[in-house]
Design a binder for this molecule. Structure first.
Ligand code: ATP
Ligand code: MG
Length: 248
């Protein structure tokens, strides 16, 4: 049963060798929702995200996206990755390609757009992230915040129906974090469905419909930010939030 939620993880379990890194993880999102995964290092946040675009394989449980079981063996993983954009902590840009070429590559190679159509789409997306004047710059000529905005534009250029963000601001100098969060904020306003791993708790509080707290591969607690941040039900949640307070 897929029911009518847009994204639904049902009892997802995963092992690396003998080590179980996800334990019956379940959560749901509707279209246009923003969910934020938080938790200590090694709690399984990245692994969970990677299961949603099949960069990692689930061993037990199922994930449904827009009515389809994406964990099914016969799913076309290339199709899935066209529909699910991902933004990485370390940008993953091609150093030998300009910002415009980095963004145009997917639409041209993967979606089969003409070179001109792909470049035009890339220009639109670079404009959307505030980089209209940097289209010809190479990654080495851009700040970390600009590189990450290119990374976001690159994902958007594929017109995904879900965006995954894995600590998109963790590699940035503090003064550059704000410009990336501002772009993500705009995406939220535009109604993009986003599953985000971040330690930026003010951002999470401002935009999330739901916070999912993972610890040791278990969902310890999940709920709207007001509940999870201000009135956590589980002692472990409270302890984690206290530990990271002051780093926010
Ligand atoms: N490719 C892999 N092979 C083996 N073990 C892995 C692999 N990727 C992750 N793990 C292990 O799975 C567990 C969860 O890792 P994961 O990267 O999902 O955690 P995380 O919550 O994203 O942590 P961080 O905050 O440090 O990014 C960890 O114990 C990690 O060592
Ligand atoms: Mg991680």
């Amino acid at each position: 049963m897929s029911n009518d939620r847009f994204l639904r993880a049902v009892d997802v379990s995963k092992w690396y060798g003998d080590e179980q890194v996800l334990h019956d993880v379940s959560f749901e999102m509707d279209r246009g929702d923003v969910s934020v995964l938080i938790g200590p290092s090694g709690s399984g946040k990245s692994t969970m995200l990677r299961c949603v675009n099949r960069l990692a394989e689930v061993q037990e449980g199922r994930i449904y996206l827009d009515g389809e079981e994406i964990t099914a063996p016969d799913v076309d993983v290339d199709d899935l990755r066209r529909e699910v954009g991902m933004v990485f902590q370390d940008f993953n840009l091609f150093a030998h390609l300009s910002a415009l070429e980095n963004v145009a590559l997917g639409p041209q190679r993967v979606l089969g757009l003409s070179k001109e159509a792909a470049r035009s789409r890339a220009r639109e997306q670079l404009d959307r992230v505030g980089l209209a004047d940097q289209t010809e710059s190479y990654p080495a000529e851009l700040s970390g915040g600009q590189k990450q905005r290119v990374g976001i534009a690159r994902a958007l250029a594929m017109e995904p129906k879900l965006m995954l963000f894995d600590e998109p601001t963790s590699a940035l100098d503090p003064e550059l974090i704000g410009e990336v969060l501002a772009v993500m904020h705009d995406l939220v306003e535009d109604g993009m469905t986003m599953l985000v791993v971040t330690h930026e708790m003010s951002f999470a509080r401002a935009v999330a419909d739901e916070i999912v707290f993972l610890d040791g591969g278990h969902v310890v607690e999940r709920g709207p930010p007001e509940q999870l941040f201000d009135r956590p039900e589980q002692e472990r949640t409270g302890r984690f939030l206290e530990r990271i307070a002051g780093h926010d």
